[in-house]
Design a protein around this ligand. Sequence first.
Ligand code: ADP
Ligand code: ZN
Ligand code: ZN
Length: 729
Amino acid sequence: MERFAGVIVDVRAEAVNRVFQYRIPEAYQRQIKIGHRVLVPFGRRKIEGYVVELSSQLEIDPSKLKDLLELLDPEPLIHPSLVQLAKWMEETYVGLLSEALQYMLPPAFRYGKERVGAKKAQVATLLISQPQLRKNATAQQRVVEILQRTPEILAADLVVQASTTYQTLRALEAQGVISLREAIQERKVEWDDIPDPCHTLTSEQQDALQAIAEEMQGGRRPVLLHGVTGSGKTEVYLNIIAEVLKKGQQAIVLVPEIALTPQTLNRFAARFGERVSVLHSGLSLGERFDQWWKIYQGDVDVVIGARSAVFAPTQNLGLIVLDEEHEGTYKQEEGSIRYQTREVAIKRCELVEGQVVLGSATPALESYHYALQRRFRLVELTKRVESRPLPQVHIVDMREEFEKGNRSMFSTDLRKALQNLVQTGDQAIILLNRRGFSRFVLCRECGEVLECPNCQVSLTYHQEDARLHCHYCLHREVLPGKCPKCASRFLRQFGVGTEQVQEVLGKEYPELKILRLDADTTRRKGAHRTILGKFARGEAQVLVGTQMVAKGFDFPNVTLVGVLSADLALNFPDIRSSERTFQLLTQVAGRSGRGEKAGQVIIQSYDPSHFSIQAAQNHDYHDFYRKEIGFRRQLRYPPFSELVRILCSGPQGATQEAAQRIHSFFLGQGFPKEDILGPQMAPIGRIQGRYRWQILLRSATVPVEVLKNMPGVPDEVQVTIDIDPLYML
Ligand code: ADP
Ligand code: ZN
Ligand code: ZN
């Protein structure tokens, strides 16, 4: 019987986000499969597409039916289960299927694809070292300059680096200046060769393994591995992966940020050797391409990577581990499909009968909620290995320091502890918790933060209209001249930088060598590794940094962790700010005292009685959870509802109008008024000259059909839908 191919064309537009049918030429009838890339006629053009359905049912007018032109690869690049996953993503996140499918393809096809246009990996080399080029051929000159520096480079990389098109390369090839040849080269991903001893598992670790093994045999519920910092979660992952490999299956290990986990990588490499593939953004496009093929061809057993590695093309997937599953980097914040990696991993494993393990010392509130509801299986590691104690946490009230006349950023206690370091020679981590965005207003005398009278979130100062805004309701007010609580005039917008901290520390403690880890110092490729390597080798005593220093490092000589201001995350205009504060403090505290010597933690705060700071002091996740889940229930925030953010951006008038139109549309759809928040200016009201307006919907379930039918807006206004948004800037 004749079959027809249902094709998604590779065009990013809502208007063509549906399946088009094509006739399959006789020659391809046997070969064609779901997941194949094809070339199809579309209007007057020929474009690429992906086969997502094969059916003997013709659903269009036979006179309109056209032949597909070409199969672009001998075997499909996208596994059928990943085609299914892409469809699920389209539906769940209300985005474009062609975009979801892109995630499943090798990186060279994905990044700047329109510009690359290469079907196979090609390596470019320079044939003439000083070619004569036309004067105005600037793109060609750029290409040649790059090749003069780098003798051999993947064509896809070259095109991106020279910001040009594939045509330029072909033109140079035609002139005999360069050669292009197909090659899939082996590029070794580096890691330090430190052996990792196998440990005798603790009884808690054994129980965890047992529980995961049980789920793998039957229930297949995702396992939430809640283990305090240093309780040996990674050791559990390593053991369970070994089991999966024995069955001839592969494992994917997701980490929040690969550059921040060199130690974890070492441990995996030490155990599983050459069959480990590490995907990270520090790799060049060519390197990523190579890794993709190795995985696709089955030459890899363990894939380690950040968010997008959840789509790694393993053919026989048995396990996905999400380490630090609560981390915000697991949320995709760009494009039409703003997925949550945790949910994607669960869906992917459901499709292939794989197992998901979610690990964290501070699980996302949702995850713990699902565990208590038994959608997830809960496994807890309550003790550090080798009975090491959790560190003592001491909280300093910075309002008192201010009263005592100490106007510096270091409290007396933290100074003492740093002084002590000079004697002991131990190491310290100093965290300055600062996101690029800290426009809340704080009273330095009493610690009061200006909050919305309706919403329990801090107000944000907007330069645009010189007013404080609430981002959950429409409340606005002018900035008061003095503190509403204590009448002090020391009302400040908050923020110092890590550089400043390093400078002050350096002056006060010239004996201490200080390293800094933040966005500035880590811009260069490999900079993370260098800095962390130095610190690990004891070449510096103090590591100062932003959130990055809170990640899962294991430095046994760190006995002091200092947090300069615990409150900066607390006062973020976001329902998750308490949760993030607790997570951050707990994580960074967990860096202290991991070796033989006991550790201490000093947290400076303007709001020391806040429950998330208190809970972090006591290392008490359960206490934090109980209180926070109560608030969420009361205010009907996730997990008790779904939030959907609709963001409009564009020219001022048109954007505001579009937001208003969408708002009226939701009203017309019968959403209660109190569940449609907005329209209002987004917390960042303008980015690169584009105005930003948002609407927040609160709903028991995601209203997919309604969202698909939103009214059209002018082309100049861009509308994005974000299901369960994490950061609403
Ligand atoms: P987590 O991932 O929970 O923070 P890790 O797995 O990194 O914890 O373990 C912390 C440290 O303890 C590591 O140095 C690890 O090698 C070591 N470790 C893990 N399990 C054991 C064990 N059963 N016995 C001894 N040491 C262990
Ligand atoms: Zn005050
Ligand atoms: Zn409000």
